[in-house]
Design a protein around this ligand. Structure first.
Ligand SMILES: Cc1ncc(COP(=O)(O)O)c(C=O)c1O
Length: 379
């Protein structure tokens, strides 16, 4: 066994996270919506220029809030890319929705907008574009189709905070967008998320849903003299200690992003000839998008070679991982009628994708070792 270990992911403090967490404790307000939560809300609202950002306990919970806000009912249809995390759709299925799995583009691995219109029916309630790896979906086309059919867009922007499509921030196209601050993301609080709200009419109800279905936020603003149960809801507020950690990360966003860009560019440059010579596909970043450097993935020529590469790297102490399995072929997906062959691009990509070590704590020497190992892989 080699001593060497290059982690796939390692969450690290990059600025004043520890100091801010101590400050949150000393503030005497460690439940939700304390001073640090307010700072994070203000930062997101200001940078993205949106009416409202609400921190949540996860992206999954932000998606659940979106489903409640859209009044999703039994039998409503929700369109999602087949290549995504279960939460993108589970949050809507919890409210009775039926998933409509759409195949992805073979280049960006985003929802294939050319198949979108054909998937819309009178029951379609929402479209959930997922900006995979923080590379924007074709929002111009998706927005136009959604508008014409009067269907809401909720962007699952778990990977895409501060990315852009045609100079507009990801997360600002739909009625709402959801963020993840899970430890695998560019900015983290361990577990965490946010609901970004672009439609001002949804703000007040969102605050109620997030506060267990009560009008507590209005009470604290002095708009009502007591608070009470007024709607559906749950407990979606993170502790202010987590918000403090997250604020420490977000404050350092430029430093984090420039480190990640340099890691991404290094992989891309070092692996480009090797990829060409061996039939390996590297990520496609369209010129009209600004990606978030969330991950570096490669598409191996086959499932067998993908498995062989992951094992080969692991034997050297280097941890790489695959990603989503096709949702329509999962147990739940099959219960909704998913069959092999329904989404051929997802089925193919899911078999061949490898995510290389990529995180805020990755050093140049760890990355060099990883690259050297990959270049020495015997096909
Ligand atoms: C596209 C996407 N959406 C949602 C989630 C769920 O995020 P969370 O763990 O914050 O609930 C993930 C998780 O990685 C994801 O990749």
């Amino acid at each position: 066994m080699s001593e060497l270990r290059v982690d796939f992911n390692r969450p690290v403090p990059v600025g004043r996270e520890m100091e801010y967490m101590a400050e949150a404790v000393n503030n005497g307000h460690i439940s939700g919506d304390g001073p640090f939560t307010k700072k994070v809300h203000a930062l997101l609202e200001q940078v993205l220029d949106i009416p409202k950002a609400l921190l949540t306990t996860s992206c999954t919970h932000a998606l659940e809030m979106a489903a409640i806000l859209l009044d999703i009912q039994d039998g409503d249809e929700v369109i999602i890319p087949d290549f995504t995390f279960v939460s993108t759709i589970n949050a809507f299925v919890l409210r009775g929705a039926r998933p409509v799995f759409l195949d992805i583009r073979p280049d960006t691995l985003n929802l294939d907008e050319s198949r979108l219109e054909a998937a819309i029916t009178p029951r379609t309630k929402a479209i959930l574009p997922v900006h995979y790896a923080g590379v924007g979906c074709e929002m111009e086309v998706i927005t136009e189709i959604a508008k014409r059919h009067n269907v809401a867009i909720v962007e699952d922007n778990a990977h895409g905070l501060f990315g852009k499509y045609k100079n507009q921030y990801l997360g600002t196209f739909g009625a709402m967008a959801t963020q993840s601050f899970h430890e695998t993301k560019n900015f983290t609080s361990g577990e965490g998320g946010a609901l970004l709200i672009n439609d001002p009419e949804l703000v007040e109800r969102a605050e109620i849903i997030r506060e267990k279905g009560t009008n507590r936020s209005r009470f604290f603003r002095g708009q009502v003299d007591k608070y009470t149960w007024v709607d559906l809801g749950s407990s979606y507020l993170p502790s202010d200690i987590l918000a403090a950690f997250l604020y420490g990360q977000l404050e350092q966003r430029e430093r984090i992003q420039s480190h990640r860009k340099s890691l991404w560019d290094t992989y891309s440059l070092a692996l480009s000839d090797w990829a060409d010579q061996n039939g390996v596909q590297l990520p496609t970043i369209p010129a009209h998008t600004e990606q978030t450097y969330h991950m570096f993935y490669i598409l191996m020529p086959s499932l067998e070679l993908r498995q062989k590469l992951i094992q080969y790297l692991r034997d050297l102490g280097i941890y790489s991982v695959f990603h989503y399995l096709p949702l329509h072929l999962s147990d739940m997906g099959q219960r909704f009628g998913g069959k092999p062959g329904d989404c051929p691009v997802t089925e193919d990509v899911s078999d061949r994708l490898v995510r290389l070590p990529f995180h805020n704590g990755l050093s140049s020497s760890e990355q060099e070792l990883t690259i050297e190992a990959i270049l020495g892989f015997d096909f």
